[in-house]
Design a protein around this ligand. Structure first.
Ligand SMILES: Cc1cc2nc3c(=O)[nH]c(=O)nc-3n(C[C@H](O)[C@H](O)[C@H](O)COP(=O)(O)OP(=O)(O)OC[C@H]3O[C@@H](n4cnc5c(N)ncnc54)[C@H](O)[C@@H]3O)c2cc1C
Length: 322
């Protein structure tokens, strides 16, 4: 305790040894393990901690909540001319520089109809009065791209993605056990909202449109379909595309949100004070950081993490421990 406030003073290792902190403790164990560590340390919702016989040290109801990810529909397409080496696995794929970076040439961002998105959000029970963050200005809601790799790894197929950049579905990470060696329970809850389903359907129809042009047909003979699954055409019904996406939806492994800023940590990435006024007093800072996150969360994740880390480090070094 320090001035009536509990302060983390170090860490306990799995083998029982403890290490004391000179200044402060930084937890950066990723989206899945960070909430697990917090919960095992007694920082989290009381009910969940009680379920595992863990004494609550700090009330923090949002730990492990708010899990989100970049997910969407991945489709596999059979190449018309595999002999030209357009996909990994082909014997014609011999230039080593093709292996530098991701096997992608382009990534197109797509917006969607404001009216239709608004209807979808309303169906999800969200208020669209005033300024909903997804409706204020057109956003890069979707990412569409071709990936020059897919199984079987023989150069005969490519894959396409219609990816939801700004999902509204939220999942969770909870404890399976109070044993650190046991993996936590991950509930992705992908594709749970109509706003997400609407946007991924829109992207999927765009992919179908592109691959069904004369140029598209020259590249791909057609889609390789799982058994009993509909070919996605532009005019396929919403229900059929939904069913298709439920079978083939996938993630590009960008989970985030389980120690959410403003709920679990404050704008300096510290555990939030239970006094709302603490965040309130730094509203401008919060706005600036959230703007940064929103701007970058539509693209890839690592850049956001580097920028947040950059902005945190001077703060952490300059501030006294509280
Ligand atoms: C296959 C794949 C491809 C990706 N491609 C891209 C991409 O192209 N571009 C992009 O921007 N992002 C990409 N990402 C996402 C990006 O890698 C992650 O968002 C980023 O690495 C997350 O950083 P982090 O520091 O939060 O967590 P992590 O990188 O997961 O780091 C957490 C660290 O904590 C350690 N740890 C966990 N638990 C404990 C514990 N109890 N004690 C001690 N240490 C612990 C882990 O071993 C790990 O080293 C990809 C992710 C995957 C899985």
């Amino acid at each position: 305790m320090q001035d009536g406030t509990r302060v983390a003073s170090g860490v306990e290792l799995a083998d029982g040894r403890t290490i004391s902190a000179n200044k402060e403790v930084v937890i950066s164990a990723g989206t899945i393990r960070t909430p697990q560590l917090l919960l095992l340390s007694g920082i989290g919702p009381k009910e969940e901690l009680d379920n595992h016989g863990i004494e609550q040290v700090v009330e923090s109801p949002e730990v492990g909540k708010n899990l989100w990810d970049h997910f969407g529909l991945m489709q596999t397409w059979k190449l018309r001319h595999p002999e030209i080496g357009a996909s990994l696995g082909s014997t014609a794929w011999i230039d080593s520089k093709f292996m530098n970076g991701n096997l992608i040439d382009w990534w197109v961002n797509q917006s969607v109809s404001k009216e239709e998105l608004s209807t979808a959000l309303e169906l999800d029970g969200e208020s669209v009065e005033g300024e909903h963050s997804l409706l204020r200005t057109p956003r890069c809601y979707l990412g569409l791209f071709v990936h020059y790799v897919r199984l079987p790894l023989d150069g005969s197929v490519i894959s396409t993605w219609a990816l939801d950049h700004i999902p509204t579905s939220r999942g969770s990470v909870t404890l399976s056990s109070k044993d650190i060696e046991q993996k936590p329970i991950i509930d992705h809850n992908h594709y749970a909202t109509e706003a997400d389903r609407y946007r991924i359907r829109t992207g999927t129809r765009t992919i179908a449109k592109i691959l069904n042009t004369l140029s598209g047909k020259e590249i791909a003979v057609g889609e390789v379909l799982p058994d009993g699954i509909h070919l996605v055409l532009e005019n396929l019904s919403d229900e059929d595309i939904n069913a298709r996406i439920c079978v083939n939806r996938s993630t590009i492994q960008h989970p985030a949100g389980t120690a959410s800023m403003g709920k679990v940590v404050d704008t300096r990435l510290r555990r939030s004070s239970s006094r709302g006024a603490w965040v309130e007093g730094r509203r401008e800072d919060l706005r600036r950081k959230l703007k940064l996150q929103k701007k970058q969360a539509v693209g890839l994740k690592a850049a956001t993490i580097y920028e947040l880390a950059d902005s945190k480090v001077p703060v952490a070094r300059a501030e006294p421990k509280t």
